[in-house]
Design a protein around this ligand. Structure first.
Ligand code: FRU
Length: 498
């Protein structure tokens, strides 16, 4: 909310937008500036420089993967949002592309090209995104001019919906005529459907449904689901997305705090939730998915910074993407999230141990090199109270990040000592795991300042940490209050995706 409010204020003040880099060489030069920054991720998608938030328009087009994203070329803060662009043939190696969308000074997207999606309109790649202008947030459309999806032509009759619906009574504020943004568009038969995120005047986020024969003329159909009006943070649901998981549909929304998901049934008019959850309990927001040519659902989320704006300003870049995740429905009817299978191909040198038993107070150290690695292990507590995995520890600064798996069925990322820089957050993050989650299969991806954790392919927790010491490598495994068993421990160095 603050980001969007700021966007309007700063835009009104005629902010100077630096020239956008256009060529691959200019973009590569931007990225090279951060080569020696130890907090910079190597195998998570990032912007060449400056600000990144939501993934947008993710699509596999003519076989290539495209990830667009909310991008401010002017600096590492949220303002004058453009669409950045990266491409990959294999989901492993990525290249920066020039900016794909920029605000048009006289258009309904004058103050920002906010989040949206990409669809295939009978062979024409088409974007539906939110244009921000003054107090308005309204849907706009653009079509690709070339098969590489570099050049986009905006529809001359943007916005494609003139105003938010009057029913139900939607939230409007001093800054906004109506919270009405972010788009999930799909086609069934000849009919296009569109979801837009909003909030109700008397509280609770809401997802609105529209229908169209041609992506240009839209008819309002009503809300498909609204949130709990008594949950204070749920004033608006941003970035709604509806995904078909076969027997069930998954609807997720971002509510300023978390990405909440519902598993249930969509009947074409309303969504009947059967189960509710949180996609990731950590620094993860506004995800978006594509249906790959091989049928997989691949999802990326925005991994925001967990350090203050002055630290982001000093760094010169802000925000990164999560790893691509495969979403599916398990046989137990629950959601599964696993790192895209391709990622094992980034693995290099490996240190591995087998049949490790740790007695009370005992620890083992893995000498992983560098700050880009994957740790895979299986943990059983036996009679221990907890197993602790210490990451990114520095001897010089006495910093460390501790993953703690406890008998209380909680996985914790303890950041109280992650960084001696007071500008970095020190809150701990938690994800509840259930008793039948023993043993716990853990895959932990450590990448500069990102710790992205998958437990039993069900629980995800992504954390940002910023050790100040440059000797922040190595992994320690230890138990507290009893014995623990680790049938395997493996740590691989992971290669850069750039
Ligand atoms: C979510 C969000 C969207 C909006 C975009 C603006 O992070 O606030 O609702 O379209 O970011 O950058």
């Amino acid at each position: 909310r603050d980001r969007l409010a700021r966007a309007v204020l700063t835009n009104a003040a005629d902010s100077a937008i630096p020239e956008r880099p256009r060529t691959g060489g200019e973009i590569a030069a931007l990225r090279d500036r951060f080569e020696d920054d130890p907090h910079r991720p190597q195998f998570h998608l990032s912007t060449p420089a400056n600000w990144l938030n939501d993934p947008n328009g993710v699509v596999q087009w003519n076989g290539r993967y495209h990830v667009f994203y909310q991008y401010n070329p002017g600096g590492p803060y949220h303002d004058t949002i453009h669409w950045g662009h990266a491409v990959s043939d294999d989901l492993l190696h990525w290249e920066d592309e020039p900016v794909a969308l920029a605000p048009s000074p006289d258009g309904p997207d004058r103050d920002g090209c906010w989040s949206g999606c990409a669809v295939d309109d009978d062979g024409a790649a088409t974007l539906v995104y939110t244009g921000g202008r003054g107090r308005d947030q309204l849907p706009c459309l653009a079509t690709a001019d070339d098969p590489s999806l570099r050049r986009w032509e905006k529809a001359t009759d943007n916005p494609i919906i003139e105003a938010p619906p009057t029913e139900p009574d939607l939230l409007s504020t001093e800054e906004w005529n109506g919270e009405f943004r972010d788009h999930c568009v799909w086609q069934e038969g000849e009919t296009w459907y569109q979801l837009i995120g909003s909030g109700l005047a008397d509280g609770g986020g809401v997802v609105l449904l529209y229908e169209s024969p041609d992506l240009r003329e839209w008819e309002y159909r009503g809300p498909i689901l609204s949130g709990d009006r008594d949950t204070p943070q749920e004033t608006v649901w941003e970035c709604p997305e509806l995904l078909d998981l076969g027997e069930k549909q998954l609807l997720h929304v971002s509510n300023y705090e978390d990405v909440v998901y519902f598993l249930g049934q969509f009947d074409g008019a309303t969504f009947e939730p059967e189960r509710r959850g949180t996609l990731d309990r950590g620094d993860y927001y506004a995800p978006q998915s594509l249906r790959a040519d091989d049928g997989r659902l691949l999802t990326w989320g925005w991994v925001p910074e967990a350090r203050d704006v002055s630290a982001q300003w000093d760094a010169g870049w802000s925000g990164t993407m999560s790893l691509p995740r495969e979403l599916s429905l398990g046989d137990d009817g629950r959601l599964r999230q696993r790192p895209a299978r391709e990622l094992t191909e980034l693995r290099g040198d490996c240190e591995s141990r087998e049949s490790v038993t740790l007695d009370d107070g005992e620890s083992i150290r893995l000498d992983t090199d560098g700050r880009s690695f994957e740790l895979a292990t299986r943990l059983s507590l036996v009679d221990a109270d907890a197993v602790e995995v210490t990451l990114l520890g520095t001897a010089t600064e006495n910093e460390r990040t501790t993953l703690r798996y406890t008998r209380d069925d909680v996985l914790e990322v303890d950041r109280s000592r992650s960084s001696r820089d007071p500008r970095a957050t020190s809150d701990s993050q938690h994800v509840p795991v259930t008793p039948y989650d023993e043993p716990l299969d853990l895959r932990v991806f450590v990448d500069g300042s990102v710790v992205e954790l998958f437990a039993n392919e069900r629980h995800c927790l992504t954390s940002r940490v910023y050790p100040a010491g440059d000797d922040a490598t190595g992994v320690d495994l230890a138990t507290v209050g009893g014995r623990a068993r680790l049938p395997t421990v493996e740590a691989w160095e992971l290669a850069s995706i750039w």
